[in-house]
Write a protein that binds this ligand. Sequence first.
Ligand code: UD2
Length: 371
Amino acid sequence: MHLLGRRRSSPPANVHSASCPCNTSAAGESFSDAILYHGSSMATYLITGVAGFIGSTLARALLAQGGEVRGFDNFSTGKRENLADILDRIELHEADLLDLDALHQACRAVDYVLHEAAIPSVPRSVKDPLGNNRANVDGTLNLLVASRDAKVKRVIYAASSSAYGDTPTLPKREDMQPNPISPYATAKLASEYYMASFYRCYGLETVSLRYFNVFGPRQDPASPYSGVLAKFITQMLQGEPPTIFGDGKQSRDFTYVDNVVEANLLACKAEGKEVAGRVLNVATGQRMDLYQTFQILKRLIGYSGEVKYGAERAGDVKHSLADISRAEQYLGYKPKVDFEEGLGRTIAWYRNRELQPQLSNPNARARGDSC
Ligand code: UD2
Protein backbone atom coordinates (compact mmCIF):
# COMPACT_ATOMS: atom_id res chain seq x y z
CA MET A 1 0.00 0.00 0.00
CA HIS A 2 1.23 3.50 -0.79
CA LEU A 3 0.26 6.64 1.05
CA LEU A 4 0.35 9.66 -1.20
CA GLY A 5 -0.78 13.25 -1.12
CA ARG A 6 -1.13 15.36 1.92
CA ARG A 7 -3.75 15.69 4.58
CA ARG A 8 -5.18 19.16 4.67
CA SER A 9 -4.82 20.77 8.07
CA SER A 10 -7.15 23.74 7.74
CA PRO A 11 -10.41 24.31 5.86
CA PRO A 12 -10.04 25.59 2.31
CA ALA A 13 -10.71 29.25 1.63
CA ASN A 14 -12.76 28.48 -1.45
CA VAL A 15 -16.09 27.57 0.09
CA HIS A 16 -18.74 28.56 -2.41
CA SER A 17 -22.48 28.43 -2.43
CA ALA A 18 -24.54 27.48 -5.46
CA SER A 19 -25.52 31.10 -5.99
CA CYS A 20 -21.96 32.37 -6.14
CA PRO A 21 -21.36 33.76 -9.65
CA CYS A 22 -17.76 32.59 -9.62
CA ASN A 23 -18.94 29.00 -9.65
CA THR A 24 -19.08 28.40 -13.37
CA SER A 25 -15.84 27.87 -15.22
CA ALA A 26 -15.21 28.65 -18.85
CA ALA A 27 -15.43 24.95 -19.60
CA GLY A 28 -19.00 24.88 -18.32
CA GLU A 29 -17.64 22.55 -15.65
CA SER A 30 -19.45 22.70 -12.37
CA PHE A 31 -18.85 19.49 -10.36
CA SER A 32 -18.84 20.71 -6.78
CA ASP A 33 -19.82 24.21 -7.89
CA ALA A 34 -23.46 23.27 -8.10
CA ILE A 35 -23.37 21.60 -4.72
CA LEU A 36 -24.80 23.60 -1.88
CA TYR A 37 -22.58 24.27 1.08
CA HIS A 38 -24.17 22.20 3.78
CA GLY A 39 -22.85 24.06 6.76
CA SER A 40 -19.78 23.45 8.82
CA SER A 41 -18.42 20.00 8.29
CA MET A 42 -15.08 19.16 9.68
CA ALA A 43 -15.90 15.48 9.46
CA THR A 44 -13.40 13.04 7.96
CA TYR A 45 -14.56 11.20 4.86
CA LEU A 46 -13.05 8.15 3.22
CA ILE A 47 -13.90 7.86 -0.46
CA THR A 48 -13.16 4.51 -2.07
CA GLY A 49 -12.69 4.78 -5.82
CA VAL A 50 -11.60 8.38 -5.30
CA ALA A 51 -9.85 8.48 -8.67
CA GLY A 52 -12.99 7.59 -10.56
CA PHE A 53 -15.23 10.25 -12.01
CA ILE A 54 -17.83 10.00 -9.26
CA GLY A 55 -15.31 9.61 -6.44
CA SER A 56 -13.20 12.55 -7.56
CA THR A 57 -16.28 14.76 -7.98
CA LEU A 58 -17.39 13.83 -4.47
CA ALA A 59 -13.93 14.66 -3.15
CA ARG A 60 -14.09 18.16 -4.63
CA ALA A 61 -17.54 18.73 -3.15
CA LEU A 62 -16.47 17.58 0.31
CA LEU A 63 -13.31 19.70 0.25
CA ALA A 64 -15.44 22.67 -0.78
CA GLN A 65 -17.62 22.23 2.28
CA GLY A 66 -14.67 21.96 4.65
CA GLY A 67 -14.38 18.20 5.03
CA GLU A 68 -11.18 16.23 5.58
CA VAL A 69 -10.92 13.87 2.61
CA ARG A 70 -9.09 10.59 2.50
CA GLY A 71 -9.09 8.64 -0.75
CA PHE A 72 -8.63 4.96 -1.50
CA ASP A 73 -7.95 3.65 -4.99
CA ASN A 74 -5.99 0.92 -6.75
CA PHE A 75 -6.08 2.85 -10.06
CA SER A 76 -7.42 -0.15 -11.93
CA THR A 77 -10.07 1.99 -13.58
CA GLY A 78 -9.54 5.33 -11.79
CA LYS A 79 -7.24 7.95 -13.29
CA ARG A 80 -4.55 9.99 -11.57
CA GLU A 81 -5.44 12.96 -13.72
CA ASN A 82 -8.87 13.08 -12.02
CA LEU A 83 -7.09 14.02 -8.79
CA ALA A 84 -4.38 16.25 -10.19
CA ASP A 85 -5.83 19.51 -8.85
CA ILE A 86 -6.71 18.17 -5.37
CA LEU A 87 -3.92 15.70 -4.68
CA ASP A 88 -2.23 18.06 -2.24
CA ARG A 89 -5.46 18.42 -0.27
CA ILE A 90 -6.36 14.78 0.27
CA GLU A 91 -4.68 11.83 1.94
CA LEU A 92 -4.47 9.18 -0.74
CA HIS A 93 -4.20 5.47 0.07
CA GLU A 94 -3.13 3.59 -3.03
CA ALA A 95 -4.26 0.04 -2.33
CA ASP A 96 -6.76 -2.63 -3.27
CA LEU A 97 -10.04 -3.31 -1.49
CA LEU A 98 -8.89 -6.90 -1.05
CA ASP A 99 -6.11 -5.61 1.25
CA LEU A 100 -7.87 -5.64 4.62
CA ASP A 101 -4.86 -4.18 6.48
CA ALA A 102 -4.81 -1.21 4.13
CA LEU A 103 -8.53 -0.72 4.69
CA HIS A 104 -8.13 -0.86 8.46
CA GLN A 105 -5.50 1.85 8.20
CA ALA A 106 -7.61 3.97 5.85
CA CYS A 107 -10.72 3.73 8.05
CA ARG A 108 -8.97 4.91 11.21
CA ALA A 109 -10.71 7.98 12.71
CA VAL A 110 -13.05 8.26 9.73
CA ASP A 111 -16.60 9.56 10.22
CA TYR A 112 -18.17 8.69 6.87
CA VAL A 113 -17.19 6.16 4.24
CA LEU A 114 -18.40 6.79 0.70
CA HIS A 115 -17.97 3.54 -1.21
CA GLU A 116 -17.66 4.34 -4.91
CA ALA A 117 -14.98 1.80 -5.83
CA ALA A 118 -16.17 -0.89 -8.22
CA ILE A 119 -15.53 -2.47 -11.57
CA PRO A 120 -18.59 -0.81 -13.06
CA SER A 121 -19.53 -2.67 -16.20
CA VAL A 122 -22.18 -5.19 -17.19
CA PRO A 123 -20.25 -6.59 -20.21
CA ARG A 124 -16.98 -6.77 -18.27
CA SER A 125 -18.73 -8.80 -15.57
CA VAL A 126 -20.10 -11.17 -18.21
CA LYS A 127 -16.53 -11.67 -19.46
CA ASP A 128 -14.93 -11.96 -16.01
CA PRO A 129 -17.49 -12.94 -13.35
CA LEU A 130 -14.81 -13.88 -10.79
CA GLY A 131 -12.99 -10.56 -11.07
CA ASN A 132 -16.37 -8.84 -10.84
CA ASN A 133 -17.17 -10.69 -7.63
CA ARG A 134 -13.79 -9.97 -6.06
CA ALA A 135 -14.02 -6.23 -6.68
CA ASN A 136 -17.73 -5.69 -6.24
CA VAL A 137 -18.56 -8.14 -3.44
CA ASP A 138 -15.38 -9.22 -1.61
CA GLY A 139 -14.07 -5.65 -1.72
CA THR A 140 -17.31 -4.32 -0.21
CA LEU A 141 -17.31 -6.93 2.53
CA ASN A 142 -13.71 -6.08 3.48
CA LEU A 143 -14.63 -2.42 3.62
CA LEU A 144 -17.60 -3.12 5.86
CA VAL A 145 -15.44 -5.16 8.25
CA ALA A 146 -12.85 -2.37 8.42
CA SER A 147 -15.58 0.28 8.86
CA ARG A 148 -17.20 -1.71 11.64
CA ASP A 149 -13.87 -2.21 13.41
CA ALA A 150 -13.01 1.49 13.12
CA LYS A 151 -16.48 2.43 14.39
CA VAL A 152 -17.16 4.81 11.51
CA LYS A 153 -20.46 6.68 11.77
CA ARG A 154 -21.94 5.65 8.45
CA VAL A 155 -21.16 3.91 5.17
CA ILE A 156 -22.85 5.22 2.01
CA TYR A 157 -22.75 2.73 -0.84
CA ALA A 158 -22.88 3.29 -4.60
CA ALA A 159 -25.49 0.65 -5.41
CA SER A 160 -26.82 0.17 -8.91
CA SER A 161 -30.14 0.39 -10.74
CA SER A 162 -29.09 -2.83 -12.47
CA ALA A 163 -30.44 -4.66 -9.38
CA TYR A 164 -33.96 -4.22 -10.80
CA GLY A 165 -33.07 -6.14 -13.96
CA ASP A 166 -35.55 -6.53 -16.75
CA THR A 167 -38.84 -6.48 -14.88
CA PRO A 168 -41.41 -4.67 -17.07
CA THR A 169 -42.87 -2.37 -14.40
CA LEU A 170 -41.76 1.25 -14.58
CA PRO A 171 -40.81 3.32 -12.70
CA LYS A 172 -38.63 1.16 -10.48
CA ARG A 173 -39.43 1.43 -6.78
CA GLU A 174 -37.22 0.23 -3.96
CA ASP A 175 -39.91 -2.11 -2.63
CA MET A 176 -39.98 -4.11 -5.88
CA GLN A 177 -38.50 -7.57 -6.01
CA PRO A 178 -34.94 -7.25 -7.42
CA ASN A 179 -34.17 -9.33 -10.49
CA PRO A 180 -30.49 -8.98 -11.44
CA ILE A 181 -29.69 -10.41 -14.88
CA SER A 182 -25.91 -9.97 -15.07
CA PRO A 183 -23.02 -10.90 -12.76
CA TYR A 184 -22.43 -7.17 -12.23
CA ALA A 185 -26.03 -6.56 -11.12
CA THR A 186 -25.91 -9.62 -8.87
CA ALA A 187 -22.71 -8.41 -7.21
CA LYS A 188 -24.04 -4.89 -6.66
CA LEU A 189 -27.21 -6.31 -5.12
CA ALA A 190 -25.24 -8.75 -2.91
CA SER A 191 -23.27 -5.79 -1.58
CA GLU A 192 -26.51 -3.97 -0.78
CA TYR A 193 -27.56 -6.95 1.29
CA TYR A 194 -24.19 -6.92 3.05
CA MET A 195 -24.72 -3.24 3.82
CA ALA A 196 -28.13 -3.87 5.39
CA SER A 197 -26.85 -6.92 7.31
CA PHE A 198 -24.02 -4.91 8.88
CA TYR A 199 -26.59 -2.46 10.16
CA ARG A 200 -28.78 -5.23 11.52
CA CYS A 201 -25.98 -7.32 13.04
CA TYR A 202 -23.41 -4.74 14.15
CA GLY A 203 -25.32 -1.46 14.26
CA LEU A 204 -23.07 0.05 11.57
CA GLU A 205 -25.22 2.66 9.83
CA THR A 206 -25.34 2.01 6.10
CA VAL A 207 -27.24 3.59 3.22
CA SER A 208 -27.34 2.10 -0.27
CA LEU A 209 -27.93 4.65 -2.99
CA ARG A 210 -29.07 2.95 -6.19
CA TYR A 211 -27.48 5.11 -8.88
CA PHE A 212 -29.20 5.19 -12.26
CA ASN A 213 -26.71 5.53 -15.17
CA VAL A 214 -24.50 8.32 -13.91
CA PHE A 215 -22.66 10.56 -16.39
CA GLY A 216 -20.62 13.73 -16.36
CA PRO A 217 -17.14 15.25 -16.64
CA ARG A 218 -14.14 12.92 -16.12
CA GLN A 219 -16.03 9.73 -16.97
CA ASP A 220 -13.55 7.56 -18.85
CA PRO A 221 -14.59 7.28 -22.52
CA ALA A 222 -11.65 5.15 -23.65
CA SER A 223 -12.47 1.65 -22.45
CA PRO A 224 -14.70 -0.78 -24.38
CA TYR A 225 -16.66 -0.93 -21.11
CA SER A 226 -17.16 2.82 -20.77
CA GLY A 227 -20.59 4.30 -20.14
CA VAL A 228 -22.53 5.05 -23.28
CA LEU A 229 -22.66 8.85 -22.92
CA ALA A 230 -18.91 9.27 -22.37
CA LYS A 231 -18.32 7.14 -25.48
CA PHE A 232 -20.94 8.79 -27.70
CA ILE A 233 -19.92 12.35 -26.75
CA THR A 234 -16.21 11.82 -27.36
CA GLN A 235 -16.79 9.87 -30.57
CA MET A 236 -19.13 12.50 -31.97
CA LEU A 237 -16.81 15.35 -30.94
CA GLN A 238 -14.14 13.62 -33.02
CA GLY A 239 -16.55 13.24 -35.94
CA GLU A 240 -16.75 9.45 -35.54
CA PRO A 241 -20.07 7.60 -35.67
CA PRO A 242 -21.14 6.06 -32.36
CA THR A 243 -22.54 2.52 -32.27
CA ILE A 244 -25.92 1.66 -30.78
CA PHE A 245 -26.04 -1.92 -29.47
CA GLY A 246 -29.51 -3.26 -30.30
CA ASP A 247 -32.39 -1.25 -31.77
CA GLY A 248 -31.77 2.01 -29.88
CA LYS A 249 -35.15 1.78 -28.16
CA GLN A 250 -33.61 0.82 -24.83
CA SER A 251 -34.06 3.65 -22.36
CA ARG A 252 -32.23 4.92 -19.30
CA ASP A 253 -32.77 7.37 -16.47
CA PHE A 254 -29.48 9.14 -17.14
CA THR A 255 -28.31 11.01 -14.03
CA TYR A 256 -25.85 13.87 -13.99
CA VAL A 257 -23.01 13.35 -11.50
CA ASP A 258 -23.75 16.46 -9.41
CA ASN A 259 -27.13 14.98 -8.49
CA VAL A 260 -25.41 11.86 -7.23
CA VAL A 261 -22.91 13.90 -5.24
CA GLU A 262 -25.76 15.88 -3.70
CA ALA A 263 -27.52 12.64 -2.68
CA ASN A 264 -24.34 11.45 -0.95
CA LEU A 265 -23.97 14.68 0.99
CA LEU A 266 -27.60 14.45 2.07
CA ALA A 267 -27.18 10.79 3.04
CA CYS A 268 -24.32 11.77 5.37
CA LYS A 269 -26.37 14.48 7.01
CA ALA A 270 -29.68 12.61 7.38
CA GLU A 271 -30.84 11.31 10.75
CA GLY A 272 -29.57 7.78 11.30
CA LYS A 273 -32.96 6.54 12.45
CA GLU A 274 -34.45 7.73 9.14
CA VAL A 275 -31.94 6.29 6.71
CA ALA A 276 -29.81 3.56 8.29
CA GLY A 277 -30.20 0.21 6.56
CA ARG A 278 -32.15 1.75 3.67
CA VAL A 279 -31.93 1.46 -0.09
CA LEU A 280 -32.79 4.64 -2.02
CA ASN A 281 -32.98 5.33 -5.75
CA VAL A 282 -30.85 8.24 -6.97
CA ALA A 283 -31.82 9.40 -10.44
CA THR A 284 -33.66 12.15 -12.27
CA GLY A 285 -37.01 10.34 -12.63
CA GLN A 286 -37.06 10.74 -16.42
CA ARG A 287 -35.91 8.41 -19.15
CA MET A 288 -34.63 8.78 -22.65
CA ASP A 289 -34.13 6.11 -25.29
CA LEU A 290 -30.76 5.73 -26.90
CA TYR A 291 -31.77 6.86 -30.39
CA GLN A 292 -33.42 10.01 -28.96
CA THR A 293 -30.27 10.57 -26.92
CA PHE A 294 -28.19 10.36 -30.09
CA GLN A 295 -30.45 12.98 -31.71
CA ILE A 296 -30.07 15.35 -28.74
CA LEU A 297 -26.29 14.91 -28.77
CA LYS A 298 -26.24 15.57 -32.52
CA ARG A 299 -27.92 18.92 -31.95
CA LEU A 300 -25.84 19.90 -28.92
CA ILE A 301 -22.53 18.89 -30.50
CA GLY A 302 -23.32 19.96 -34.07
CA TYR A 303 -22.51 16.47 -35.38
CA SER A 304 -23.71 15.80 -38.91
CA GLY A 305 -22.77 12.13 -39.28
CA GLU A 306 -24.78 8.98 -38.78
CA VAL A 307 -25.01 6.31 -36.12
CA LYS A 308 -23.98 2.66 -36.54
CA TYR A 309 -25.80 -0.35 -35.13
CA GLY A 310 -24.31 -3.44 -33.47
CA ALA A 311 -25.58 -6.57 -31.73
CA GLU A 312 -27.50 -6.20 -28.47
CA ARG A 313 -25.29 -6.79 -25.42
CA ALA A 314 -25.65 -9.83 -23.19
CA GLY A 315 -27.03 -8.90 -19.78
CA ASP A 316 -28.45 -5.60 -21.06
CA VAL A 317 -31.57 -4.23 -19.42
CA LYS A 318 -34.19 -2.84 -21.84
CA HIS A 319 -35.75 0.00 -19.88
CA SER A 320 -34.78 1.79 -16.70
CA LEU A 321 -36.59 4.59 -14.91
CA ALA A 322 -36.57 5.48 -11.22
CA ASP A 323 -39.22 6.48 -8.79
CA ILE A 324 -37.26 8.96 -6.69
CA SER A 325 -39.93 9.75 -4.10
CA ARG A 326 -38.21 7.77 -1.35
CA ALA A 327 -34.96 9.70 -1.71
CA GLU A 328 -37.01 12.87 -1.60
CA GLN A 329 -38.85 11.68 1.54
CA TYR A 330 -35.80 10.47 3.48
CA LEU A 331 -33.04 12.73 2.19
CA GLY A 332 -34.85 15.77 0.84
CA TYR A 333 -33.21 14.86 -2.49
CA LYS A 334 -34.32 16.59 -5.67
CA PRO A 335 -32.30 16.42 -8.88
CA LYS A 336 -30.85 19.87 -9.54
CA VAL A 337 -29.39 19.26 -12.98
CA ASP A 338 -31.63 17.80 -15.67
CA PHE A 339 -30.53 15.54 -18.50
CA GLU A 340 -29.98 18.12 -21.22
CA GLU A 341 -28.25 20.59 -18.92
CA GLY A 342 -25.99 17.77 -17.71
CA LEU A 343 -25.22 16.80 -21.31
CA GLY A 344 -24.32 20.41 -22.10
CA ARG A 345 -21.90 20.59 -19.17
CA THR A 346 -20.38 17.23 -20.03
CA ILE A 347 -19.89 18.13 -23.69
CA ALA A 348 -18.26 21.42 -22.65
CA TRP A 349 -15.87 19.53 -20.38
CA TYR A 350 -14.80 17.04 -23.06
CA ARG A 351 -14.44 19.85 -25.60
CA ASN A 352 -12.16 21.72 -23.24
CA ARG A 353 -10.20 18.53 -22.56
CA GLU A 354 -9.60 18.05 -26.27
CA LEU A 355 -7.92 21.44 -26.30
CA GLN A 356 -5.51 20.19 -23.61
CA PRO A 357 -3.50 17.43 -25.34
CA GLN A 358 -1.79 16.23 -22.15
CA LEU A 359 -5.20 15.31 -20.76
CA SER A 360 -6.48 13.53 -23.84
CA ASN A 361 -3.22 11.73 -24.63
CA PRO A 362 -3.70 8.15 -23.33
CA ASN A 363 0.06 7.56 -23.06
CA ALA A 364 0.48 10.54 -20.77
CA ARG A 365 -2.43 9.23 -18.71
CA ALA A 366 -1.00 5.73 -18.36
CA ARG A 367 2.28 7.16 -17.03
CA GLY A 368 0.41 9.39 -14.63
CA ASP A 369 2.30 12.35 -16.14
CA SER A 370 -0.50 14.78 -15.56
CA CYS A 371 0.00 14.59 -11.78
C1 UD2 B 1 -25.58 -0.32 -15.81
C2 UD2 B 1 -26.57 0.22 -14.77
C3 UD2 B 1 -26.05 1.55 -14.22
C4 UD2 B 1 -24.62 1.42 -13.70
C5 UD2 B 1 -23.76 0.89 -14.83
C6 UD2 B 1 -22.31 0.68 -14.44
C7 UD2 B 1 -28.76 -0.52 -15.65
C8 UD2 B 1 -30.06 -0.09 -16.21
N1 UD2 B 1 -27.87 0.47 -15.41
O1 UD2 B 1 -25.54 0.58 -16.87
O2 UD2 B 1 -26.91 1.99 -13.16
O3 UD2 B 1 -24.57 0.58 -12.57
O4 UD2 B 1 -24.28 -0.40 -15.27
O5 UD2 B 1 -21.56 0.51 -15.59
O6 UD2 B 1 -28.51 -1.69 -15.42
N2 UD2 B 1 -24.51 1.09 -25.44
C9 UD2 B 1 -24.47 1.31 -26.80
N3 UD2 B 1 -23.29 1.67 -27.37
C10 UD2 B 1 -22.15 1.81 -26.64
C11 UD2 B 1 -22.19 1.57 -25.25
C12 UD2 B 1 -23.39 1.21 -24.68
O7 UD2 B 1 -25.50 1.18 -27.47
O8 UD2 B 1 -21.10 2.14 -27.25
C13 UD2 B 1 -25.80 0.74 -24.82
C14 UD2 B 1 -25.78 -0.48 -23.93
O9 UD2 B 1 -25.95 -1.67 -24.66
C15 UD2 B 1 -26.94 -0.17 -22.99
C16 UD2 B 1 -26.94 1.36 -22.89
O10 UD2 B 1 -26.17 1.83 -23.99
O11 UD2 B 1 -28.17 -0.58 -23.57
C17 UD2 B 1 -26.29 1.86 -21.61
O12 UD2 B 1 -25.06 1.15 -21.45
P1 UD2 B 1 -23.99 1.58 -20.35
O13 UD2 B 1 -22.84 0.65 -20.45
O14 UD2 B 1 -23.73 3.03 -20.43
O15 UD2 B 1 -24.76 1.38 -18.99
P2 UD2 B 1 -25.72 0.19 -18.42
O16 UD2 B 1 -27.13 0.51 -18.77
O17 UD2 B 1 -25.17 -1.14 -18.70
